[in-house]
Ligand binder design. Structure first.
Ligand code: C2O
Length: 516
């Protein structure tokens, strides 16, 4: 079937934390935004009109493969021109995957103003379908009182010599504070968790209720018992939780922001939030028993140990291995930059997809994609390995568009606690001396790179298109912590048609879409 939404995107007022009313990006006059639900196999059509008046926007469908529909992926200047105020663009693609996803604006300084929400793809053939009664979707996010474009200038300039990321004003659970998930005794629920935040990872824990992890980032996993999750920006988990038989009490759902990511914390910033599994609305709603003095009091399940339900084996030795290192640096002009090797990603003049489409034989030459896009050309169907080292003392949740990748290796420090990294120098990956690779590696689309550590991932370049690989901390993305994969450019030329509406958007935006 086809699921159609009309999105009239305008500013609306909202006060989600009860502390500050501000303008946020609304859809059809509403905020929180509409959750999108489809069934596997459906076509999703979203007619977006940009009624913001003062700001360009797009929509990215985070985690969607967009196989044969790369032009619908959404990142500005990668697969399309930014949609200027007063223009429309129709997203139209079929969805042949299932699980927990989200959609968000993908231009610089956009989605933290509220332009993001859950995208759920139901699948009646899921292996755990008969193991639960009902489901909830829970979004977690950091929240800022100022507009992202007003915060950003203070962040990247000389006024911020340490490069400290902006500290949020609050943390929201389903875009509010102190909410309830109404439950019935004895029933089992599927809870889908999505961190739709701009920056801060969160721990998730339910008092006296362990759960089973059954999905990460759209990949079903063998059911795995856990009591605490660590959910970085852009990551998703689905868990099965069985209720107790009595209704005399409500149980705290505890979320804790990862304070290790914050350089400064004001005394009134509430890092812990309590929401409730509500068995009985008239019973007390107690505060949590656990005292989370430091976030390392919580011991999350190591996501790299989750075995995919399909048991896809370890990909063989790579045809191409890409070695990149994260640096966060203040350069001579006083501004803070994020670099992969020595390149800080800067948007190209022409969207990368249009260059790949129109460059003929030159499309395999990385140089045509601009000087600062860090373009890397992949051959069709080759096994690609990315070794990502971190020279920075912060962690970085990296996301690859268009793929789920295998997690082959990650530096020690995960497992017991997330932040047991060496205080001294970074520990670069040593291919001659590493832990054995798993037979059935965990697979996901967003993975945390540990402070001063590394990770190694593999995927098959079986999805022709241009795909961004970037840190999903929105501050870091706009500082340039990204690179672009030009995957099978010849096949892009053969199988892609760029719709006229896409060129019309470029005309309206005054962005060239041919040549370079
Ligand atoms: Cu969630 Cu580049 O995206």
């Amino acid at each position: 079937k086809t699921v159609t939404h009309d999105f009239n995107v305008t500013w609306v007022m909202a006060n989600p934390d009860g502390m500050y009313e501000r303008k946020v990006v609304g859809i059809n006059g509403q905020w929180p935004l509409p959750k999108i639900e489809v069934d596997k196999g459906d076509r999703l059509v979203v007619n977006m009109y940009n009624g913001l008046g003062d700001k360009s926007a797009t929509i990215h469908w985070h985690g969607m493969f967009q196989n044969t529909t790369n032009d619908m992926d959404g990142p500005a200047m990668v697969t399309q021109c930014p949609i200027p105020p007063g223009s429309s663009f129709t997203y139209n693609f079929t969805i042949n995957q299932s699980g927990t996803y989200w959609y968000h604006c993908h231009t610089d300084y956009c989605y933290p103003d509220g332009y993001r929400q859950a995208l759920i793809v139901h699948d009646n053939e899921t292996y755990f379908n008969d193991q639960y009664d009902e489901e909830f979707t829970v979004t977690l996010t950091d929240w800022y009182h100022e507009l992202v474009e007003d915060i950003a200038p203070h962040f990247i300039t000389y006024k911020n010599p340490t490069g400290a990321e902006p500290v949020p004003n609050s943390f929201l659970f389903n875009d509010t504070l102190n909410s309830n998930l109404p439950v019935k005794p004895g029933k089992t629920y599927l809870i889908r968790l999505i961190n739709i935040g701009a920056f801060v990872a969160q721990y998730f824990y339910i008092e006296d209720h362990d759960f089973k992890i059954v999905e990460i980032d759209g990949v079903y996993t063998e059911p795995t018992n856990a009591s605490t999750l660590y959910i970085a920006t852009a990551q998703r988990y689905a868990v099965l939780v069985t209720m107790k038989n009595s209704t005399d009490k409500n149980y705290p759902i505890v979320t804790v922001a990862d304070s290790q990511l914050l350089d400064t914390i004001s005394p009134d910033l509430q890092l812990n939030q309590t929401n409730w599994l509500e068995y009985n609305a008239s019973a007390p709603h107690p505060q949590a028993d656990i005292t989370v003095a430091s976030c390392t009091d919580l011991d999350p399940y190591d996501d790299a140990k989750l075995v995919p339900y399909d048991r896809m084996p370890l990909l063989p030795d790579p045809d191409l291995s890409i070695d990149v290192t994260v640096y966060m640096e203040n350069l001579d002009d006083g501004a803070g930059y994020a670099l992969l090797n020595n390149i800080s990603y800067t948007m190209p003049k022409v969207p990368l997809l249009y260059t790949a489409f129109s460059a003929g034989d030159l499309a395999t030459n990385a140089e045509v994609y601009g000087d600062y896009t860090h373009a890397t050309v992949l051959e069709h169907n080759q096994v690609v390995e990315i070794v990502l080292n971190n020279a920075d003392t912060g962690s970085h949740p990296f996301h690859l568009h268009g793929h789920q990748f295998q997690v082959i290796n990650r530096s020690p420090g995960y497992g017991e606690h997330f932040y047991d990294y060496a205080d001294g120098d970074p520990v670069p990956y040593d291919s001659s001396d590493h832990a054995p690779f798993p037979d059935f590696p965990a697979r996901r689309d967003t993975l945390v790179l540990p402070p001063q550590g590394y990770f190694v991932i593999r995927f098959v370049a079986d999805n022709p298109g241009v795909w961004l690989f970037h840190c999903h901390i929105d501050w870091h993305l706009s500082q340039g912590l990204a690179m672009a994969f030009i995957e099978a450019p010849q096949q892009i030329q053969e199988r892609t048609t760029i719709p006229q509406q896409a060129y019309d958007v470029c005309e309206a935006a005054g962005v060239p879409y041919k040549g370079n």
